[in-house]
Design a protein around this ligand. Sequence first.
Ligand code: R5P
Length: 297
Amino acid sequence: MKILCLTPPMGFCEGFVEALGGEAHFIEKKKFPDGETYIRFPISVADEDVVIVHTGFPEQNDRLMEVFLAVDTARDLGASSVALVMPYMPYARQDRRFREGEPVSIKVVLEILAELDLDYLVVVDIHKEYSLSHFGPGAFNVSVLPYLAEKIKDEVENPLVLAPDRGATLRAKSVANVLNAEWDYLEKRRDRVTGEVTIKPKQISAEGKTVIIVDDMISTGSTLALAAKHLKEAGAKKVIALVAHALMVGDAEKKLKEAGVDRVITANTLAKDYPNIVKVIDVSKYIANFMKERELV
Ligand code: R5P
């Protein structure tokens, strides 16, 4: 097996290779002056089982072009099998045609990967697991949220787990199980045109609690900030956000701090540096073990 790192999440390739054995090989890449993407495999992959490690953030469009080129090139160069470990799958939130005339973006991305003859795909906490049906058999979603919860379990006193919307309730339950805590949810609405988020008022008994708000991701921070504000008003002593992907776009950190979020706990699924409020937990070995257990590697 050859592990090829394309644009891997921060610190991911090192742990992944340590868990699976072998060596990490970094695919060369550059941008041509006109903005086009170039990649080159540094080793021969003929007759090898190739595992490409890559993330889809930041700069999703460039990351997608890179991965399309890499998967196809591995095939062309004679790899026996080609797998992709892509902890953050971009375009996953456009999983439906919310308004007439829109694309189902995640369908386009996954259909291209399937068409390129990728043998299997491993993603982390994809927005909606059912999207993976667009890839067909061989797509696996690993939720790292229970693992993150396990890692903070001893530091959390009097926890209450909260989903910021109904879509996040299963994730919240999985975290509540680990923390042996009660859970609840809020009802969020996002305006499909302006993107503005509102939360329906709801009585939550959060007095004196450490509230853990669980979601798949933070993008601009609007959802988490609104939920945190609500929880602080309901008497929460501390608010922790636990998310698989902390994109932290724009002034997300400021927004979260102002809303009373004390800490963001996340996994290393993105190729970026994180601001101070974020604590990053390495999930590379967890993903490697998932793949070993399923005999994918
Ligand atoms: C949406 O349904 C997702 O689960 C997240 O709640 C959302 O993407 C977070 O985005 P933002 O941080 O911009 O509110």
